[in-house]
Design a protein around this ligand. Structure first.
Ligand code: HEC
Length: 123
């Protein structure tokens, strides 16, 4: 588990542009699972469609999900149920970038990524 946490932190740090990193260490350590859960289920309107992380990953990240467009199965996101989760830094960065852009219409902030990971770890 320690190795996973280390990778998660490295992923957040390397996936974040320098400007977003200009935070105090206090702020950087204050990730919230509750905020992460809110973001996970929040509906965004992009290209006239309602989108959320739950659209593909379901509202319960302990469950397997399904890609809304391709119908492909997606394994559970919670690392407690899927030990492959958050073990590959470039994978984490790639999907955060792609999925935030698709879901929110923009990349996620440092805080948002940290909150989501805090939420997923807490399950
Ligand atoms: C359109 C479908 C879709 C939506 C919406 C979506 N994802 Fe994903 N996500 C995927 C797919 C497909 C993968 C890659 C396959 C896999 O890892 O099982 C993935 C993988 C990930 C990963 C990589 C996990 C790892 O093991 O390293 C993260 C992190 C992630 N998603 C976060 C999010 C977040 C946060 C949101 C909402 C902002 C979101 N996703 C919304 C489809 C989606």
């Amino acid at each position: 588990m320690n190795r996973v946490l280390q990778l998660i932190l490295m992923a957040i740090i390397t996936a974040t542009p320098a400007i977003a990193m200009a935070k105090t260490s206090d702020e950087a350590s204050s990730f919230s699972a509750r905020r992460g859960e809110n973001l996970w289920n929040m509906q965004f309107t992009v290209s006239g469609q309602q989108r959320s992380c739950a659209s593909c990953h379901t509202a319960d990240p302990r469950q397997a999900g399904k890609h809304v467009r391709t119908g492909k199965a997606i394994q559970a996101m919670a690392p407690s149920l899927n030990s492959d989760r958050f073990t590959d830094q470039s994978k984490i960065n790639k999907w955060f970038k792609r999925n935030c852009k698709w879901t929110l219409g923009r990349v996620c902030t440092y805080q948002e990524k940290g909150d989501v990971l805090e939420y997923l770890k807490s399950l």
